[in-house]
Design a protein. Structure first.
Length: 246
């Protein structure tokens, strides 16, 4: 299905009302994923996906929805969505199948008419051509675009995964790597820019005094895009008073 058709009454369902804003956003992303693929609201093997697969398919990580919610539940490694528009999916599939059968009947009727007119060879040629072009060109184009997009996104995700190791090693204070990595992957800024900024900040008095007591957590620094901040290049040595003899 290319459209999400959800009854507005579901917004007043207790399962929806009792969920958080973040849970609702995650649920909507998963509904869109299942609707496009017509999976009946089930993501098979979702718990076994890598971080890269989660980012490409849904734009989030497994840790965001690892616990159960009123809007979804886990059955083994499979993720099941609540309030999924099963009836609408069934209607769309039924209409598509009816259209396919109707088109097939019309095609057979035309073939029979041609045969009655004595042009059997022409009917065979048309039937052969119909089979060869049974797959809509638009569907083929979308499949090619999808394969190219997924391949490109996968390559980008792999590169960001490798960049993260370099970025993490540049942090003077290494706390909560999982959340820090998630924040890094959400940004598009280059790893080198972050590393250069961390190098500059690590030389400042603010980060070097009191054994690094005032160094912010990686999650805090990444969350506020610290690479955009200009470090104060004042070291402890520069702050020492100058002695002179009168």
């Amino acid at each position: 299905m290319n459209w999400i058709n959800i009854n507005t009454s579901q917004s007043r369902d207790p399962r929806y009302m009792d969920s958080t804003w973040l849970e609702r956003g995650a649920w909507l992303s998963m509904v869109a994923y299942c609707t496009e693929r017509e999976t009946a609201g089930v993501i098979v093997g979702a718990r076994l996906w890598t971080d890269r697969q989660w980012l490409i398919a849904l734009g989030g990580l497994l840790t965001d929805i690892s616990r159960e919610s009123g809007l979804w539940s886990w059955s083994g490694d499979d993720l099941h969505l609540e309030l999924y528009p099963h009836d609408m999916q069934a209607t769309v599939i039924a209409r598509r199948e009816a259209g396919r059968k109707g088109g097939q009947v019309k095609s057979e009727a035309k073939t029979e008419a041609v045969r009655a007119n004595g042009n059997v060879e022409k009917a065979k040629q048309k039937q052969s051509k119909s089979k060869a072009t049974s797959k809509p060109k638009e569907m083929e184009r979308k499949e090619k675009e999808s394969k190219y997009t997924l391949s490109y996104q996968s390559a980008v995700a792999d590169e960001r995964e490798r960049d993260w190791e370099k970025v993490w090693s540049a942090f003077p204070k290494k706390i909560d790597e999982i959340k820090s990595k998630k924040l890094f992957l959400e940004h598009t800024v280059s790893a080198q820019r972050i590393i250069d900024s961390l190098t500059d900040w690590s030389a400042t008095d603010e980060w070097t005094r009191d054994n690094g007591r005032w160094i912010p957590l990686p999650t805090t620094w990444l969350g506020r895009a610290g690479w955009n901040e200009q470090p104060t290049q004042i070291t402890q040595r520069q702050k020492e008073p100058v002695r002179c003899t009168l």
